[in-house]
Design a protein around this ligand. Sequence first.
Ligand SMILES: NC(=O)c1ccc[n+]([C@@H]2O[C@H](COP(=O)([O-])OP(=O)(O)OC[C@H]3O[C@@H](n4cnc5c(N)ncnc54)[C@H](O)[C@@H]3O)[C@@H](O)[C@H]2O)c1
Length: 243
Amino acid sequence: MNKRLAGKRAVVTGAGRGIGRKVAQMYAAQGARVLACDIDAAALGGLDGIETLAADLTTEAGAAVLAQAAAALGAVDILVNAAAIVRFAPIPEMSFADWRTTTAGEIDTVFLVTRALWALLETSGAASIVNFSSANAHMALPGLPAIAHTAGKGAVLAMTRQMAMEGGPKCIRANSIAPGFTVTEETEQHLDTPLMENVRAKLMVGRLGTTEDIGHLAIYLGSDESGYVTGADFNIDGGATAW
Ligand SMILES: NC(=O)c1ccc[n+]([C@@H]2O[C@H](COP(=O)([O-])OP(=O)(O)OC[C@H]3O[C@@H](n4cnc5c(N)ncnc54)[C@H](O)[C@@H]3O)[C@@H](O)[C@H]2O)c1
């Protein structure tokens, strides 16, 4: 079978673990040349056949280092902005520091990396940006104190449309994926908490989402199969946000 991302040069942020890591691995398996970036250098270990780079993408300097490494690819055909940092707390208990950490981790990373790689995406001539919004950008979930997270993910949802608008004339598409609860090393800590009753009650498909579920959609959005798709947001949540 033909590899769906053959010849594509991809940058994946947040590739140390969770969704970003799985996307980097699935992209490489589909023939893409992948540059994987994460703040956690150790977490980038074991990504066979994938170039790796440690950088703090909440900083302009970190994004510049990533752009420098990506320049060696000649152009960037796919940018997957999966890096994120999130803090949860009820509104009266949410510290301003945690608010700032979350908005920097969820918004600044996406802006700084996209800006830094924009020229390389333009050089592609057929580029695709894949961002991560969230079910939380569309709906509140009882039991999840997500005030900063909703701000971050609502921002990514809106920013993606703007990227699509400004990217159109440059042959850069931009779409976002809105996962519902997806099992990762990070979210596993919630599995035995009361929150999960609310999560499971909303599922039409009788199981939780996996990083592989998300990876399949990320392959479609990164590939030329989605060449007419831009400015869109894709719910991938077992039906949770459909009612
Ligand atoms: N897992 C879910 O249930 C879920 C649901 C909705 C949306 N999402 C979104 O999907 C994306 C991936 O989620 P995940 O669950 O895999 O996240 P995760 O927390 O498991 O992984 C995020 C990765 O980003 C890296 N990172 C954090 N700060 C960074 C920085 N400053 N610079 C570079 N790298 C940094 C982390 O080290 C980590 O490896 C995120 O945008 C998240 O908000 C996830």
